[in-house]
Ligand binder design. Structure first.
Ligand SMILES: [Fe+2]
Ligand SMILES: [Fe+2]
Length: 377
């Protein structure tokens, strides 16, 4: 079993290939109301906060956001740097803009004919809230489906900031140990952009959980749609290939075929010929020997091996504590009231930090962090 296979199987087992998200309100209530994530607030204040307020009042999320801005600034190619900054500034998809009904139907028919989707026409490309409005800001989006690894406001930012640091370290390590340097711009840009459509796909909903993701070409739809977005925005094909390798690297011939499926599906959404565009070969493989930036992007997208169990381990304990310390009823625990509490606590500390605290101090460690973020009632 290759590493890629292991990732795919792991995600499948964990039920993560169909993830979940919402739409944060577009108007930002005064940030003054959203006290610092480290300061601690009442449960009532927590219940009044939007996902945007939670993300923007979290010291952890804002530090990660700042580090991402610095990484973007370190990209040498000016047009690439500008494209990334553009997407981070407004991740609203261009792939659905100016898409008339006829073209939308053609895309759906082509994806269905290739067996890349079994969804109904209306479900293939998620609707943008308040169509033709905008999606939530990049820094407020969750980084995964709601039961998965970074399911909290700002989770996308912490996930990508982690990945980008790992990716940068791999590039440096290869230089220091082996004496050669890959294309750092491509490796970093691929990682910075690898989940660019999570704000679109994992929209916050009224329950303060997030939309359930569909599968497209055998992987989470955010992945293929992110690649389609990059094609639409005319980034070089080698960057699209490096980015699409986040979920699967080209270790075997079968792996390459899977990558070619995803690239073809992305090309269908973007309305280009994948062969003429330099994305795949006529043999339905990658157009050239797979480049190392794709492997490095894939290696850098692996914090789920820890962050998924961190959520699975801590969430049931947080629910137990919510029932006792926050006096939540069964209905509260299964809906918006608990979701707001867990969003705030994870957004303040991350599931990984709470997990570490739990491994050292058990339930009391979790209780301590929860009470620091939101005071018990
Ligand atoms: Fe992804
Ligand atoms: Fe990712």
């Amino acid at each position: 079993m290759t590493l890629a296979d292991s990732r795919r199987n792991f995600l499948k087992t964990a039920g993560l290939l169909a993830g979940a998200t919402v739409v944060a309100g577009r108007a930002f209530p005064a940030m003054a109301a959203a006290k610092s994530g480290e300061a601690g607030i009442s449960l009532a204040e927590c219940q009044a906060m939007s996902p945007i307020e939670m993300a923007r009042s979290s010291v952890m999320v804002q530090n990660a956001w700042k580090s991402l801005q610095e990484e973007i600034a370190s990209i040498r190619n000016p047009s690439l740097r500008a494209s990334i900054a553009d997407i981070y500034g407004d991740p609203t998809p261009r792939i659905t803009q100016a898409l008339d009904e006829k073209t939308r139907r053609q895309i759906w028919q082509e994806l269905t004919a290739k067996n890349y989707t079994k969804q109904a026409l209306a479900d293939v490309l998620p609707a943008v809230p308040n169509d033709p409005g905008t999606v939530m800001p990049f820094d407020a989006a969750p980084g995964s489906g709601y039961q998965s690894h970074h399911a909290y406001p700002g989770g996308l930012v912490t996930h990508v900031a982690t990945n980008v640091r790992i990716t940068s370290a791999i590039v440096e390590t290869y230089q220091n140990v082996y004496g050669y340097r890959v294309d750092r711009d491509i490796a970093l840009a691929a990682q910075l952009l690898h989940d660019l459509h999570k704000p679109y796909v994992f929209q916050w909903n009224d329950e303060n959980s997030s939309r359930t993701e569909q599968t497209l070409a055998g992987t989470g739809e955010h992945h293929v749609l992110s690649a389609a977005e990059l094609i639409t925005r005319k980034v070089p094909p080698e960057l699209v290939i490096a980015m699409i390798s986040a979920h699967q690297c080209a270790t075997t011939d079968d792996d390459e075929k899977i990558l070619a499926d995803w690239l073809e599906a992305a090309a269908i959404v973007a309305g280009v010929d994948p062969v003429a565009h330099g994305l795949i070969s006529t043999k339905h493989r990658l157009p050239e020997i797979p480049r190392q930036e794709g492997f490095i992007c894939h290696l850098g997208d692996h914090d789920f091996v820890l962050s998924v169990p961190a959520v699975k381990t801590t969430l049931p304990v947080m629910r137990q504590i919510a029932a006792v310390d926050y006096k939540m009823s069964e209905a509260d625990l299964n809906g918006k009231v608990f979701n707001k509490l867990r969003n705030r606590v994870y957004s303040t500390y991350s599931a990984m930090r709470i997990h570490e605290e739990m491994t050292r101090h058990g339930k009391e460690g979790v209780r301590r962090l929860m009470s620091r973020s939101v005071h018990p009632v």
